[in-house]
Design a protein around this ligand. Structure first.
Ligand code: NAD
Length: 398
């Protein structure tokens, strides 16, 4: 139900192109915006799909100017360099190729193209929400992960290497004009990133759904996103060539992005950003490790919402009493993660600091998590000590 008292501004990309072959619409969209496009990508993703993007642009008479130095978890320097190239070559639009890292670099370069100041000045801690005065130049986001949903959001996440922190820019003026969601492009995603990015999307949907800022419109996106991700993510993980499963997850992550950008993220993201900034672990992995604990911690504060999550994840049915179902939600998340071998502790995944070195940064990460404001959106508000405890819990099984 949409209630009359729900007066909100709902943001969305101007156009969304869905389905296998959607990449072929790129040229037609680009010609609406000018003759020269800055193409922003990671080196890796450009190797996979750069030819297709260049071909589509050139066939439409649009000259591509290519920037491929984007680092996963893009930096202030990435954005400044992409912007410098945009200006030097007289570009009129930005085409991003890749997942959240490429999209956020493109959004950041776009902010600098139409606004005075350094990128750091637009962070929510300095400029507040809606702190970008002028709209970016047109952005066409060709998405290749499933994913952050950044092609549909008003967020930009930037790594500041000088402080080992990630800062957030939030403004309706950065929402892309066109989102291209071609599941064929996600077939090259390795198993690990299929799981990480898919769990990132599930986290967006769950956090938007339980957020204190939730309301009926993002709730609808979130419910459908959870359904799509729960039924198709393990299928896409097990068989990356299954195009229907890839497409279902891709639409699910888009809806999850639409959900959180119109409600909010909450405690999981508050904890995950400092982890990514300090340890450089993939964003989705950070979310995946934290999510079951936060669901368990929060379920008592919004039992009806968590009961619905448990039902969607298949660990409760309509006969299960609400409180019992809510308590099962964390199991539902764990089972989905286990289906993709994504369980364990931080020290099970790649190179992480020793326990002692990790504990030495917990205090700093806790402060960064609090400063981000995201924990305040959680249905159960954590104390400072509870945040620190969650960081310790996910490190190992000690
Ligand atoms: P990513 O863009 O960092 O890509 C991860 C890796 O996968 C990269 O090495 C990339 O080259 C590779 N890759 C991407 N697509 C591929 C494909 N189809 N085939 C093969 N390799 C591929 O991953 P992501 O998870 O989409 O983005 C993470 C970033 O997005 C983080 O910085 C995170 O903080 C940010 N983020 C932003 C928002 C937002 O709304 N702006 C939301 C959530 C997360």
């Amino acid at each position: 139900t949409v209630l009359a008292s729900e007066t909100r501004t709902v943001v969305s990309p101007g156009r969304i192109e869905l389905g296998a072959g959607a990449i072929e619409t790129l040229g037609t969209h680009a010609t609406r915006y000018g003759d020269t496009a800055l193409v922003v990508a990671t080196e890796q993703i450009f190797e996979f799909h750069g030819d297709a993007v260049v071909r589509e642009l050139e066939a439409a008479g649009v000259e591509p100017v290519v920037y491929t130095d984007v680092r996963p978890d893009p930096t202030v320097e990435n954005i400044e360099n992409a912007h410098a190239l945009y200006e030097r070559e007289g570009c009129e639009m930005i085409v991003t190729l890749g997942g959240g890292s490429s999209i956020d670099t493109g959004k950041g370069a776009g902010i600098l193209a139409t606004n005075e100041g350094a990128i750091r000045d637009f962070g929510v801690d300095r400029a507040g929400y809606e702190g970008v005065p002028n709209p970016t130049p047109p952005i066409i986001a060709v998405n290749t992960t499933a994913g952050t949903g950044s092609e549909a959001t008003r967020s930009v996440v930037v790594s500041d290497e000088s402080t080992s922190t990630k800062f957030l820019i939030v403004s309706a003026n950065v929402v892309p004009d066109v989102a291209i969601e071609d599941p064929v492009l996600t077939q090259s995603l390795p198993k690990s990133h299929t799981a990480f990015t898919g769990i990132d999307a599930l986290t967006h949907a769950i956090e938007a759904y339980v957020s204190v800022k939730s309301y009926s419109v993002p709730d609808g996106y979130a419910e459908e996103a959870m359904e799509r991700i729960a039924r198709s993510l393990p299928v896409a993980w097990a068989n990356g060539d299954n195009l229907d499963a890839r497409a279902d997850v891709m639409v699910g992550q888009l809806q999850a992005g639409q959900a959180f950008t119109n409600a909010s993220v909450a405690l999981v993201h508050g904890l995950a950003r400092p982890l990514g900034a300090q340890l450089h672990i993939p964003h989705g992995l950070a979310n995946g490790l934290i999510l079951p604990y936060v669901v368990d911690f929060s379920a008592m504060a919004a039992p009806e919402k968590y009961a619905e999550i448990a039902r969607i994840l298949g660990v409760a049915d309509e006969h299960t009493p609400t409180r019992e179902a809510a308590d099962a939600a964390a199991d539902g998340v764990l089972r989905l993660c286990a289906d993709m071998d994504l369980t364990g502790y931080l020290d099970d995944f790649g190179e992480v600091p020793s326990r002692e070195d990790y504990l030495a940064v917990v205090d700093e990460m806790t402060q960064d998590a609090i400063d981000s404001g995201s924990p305040d959106n959680n249905p159960r508000k954590p104390t400072r000590d509870e945040i620190a405890d969650l960081y310790v819990t996910i490190y190992d099984d000690a």
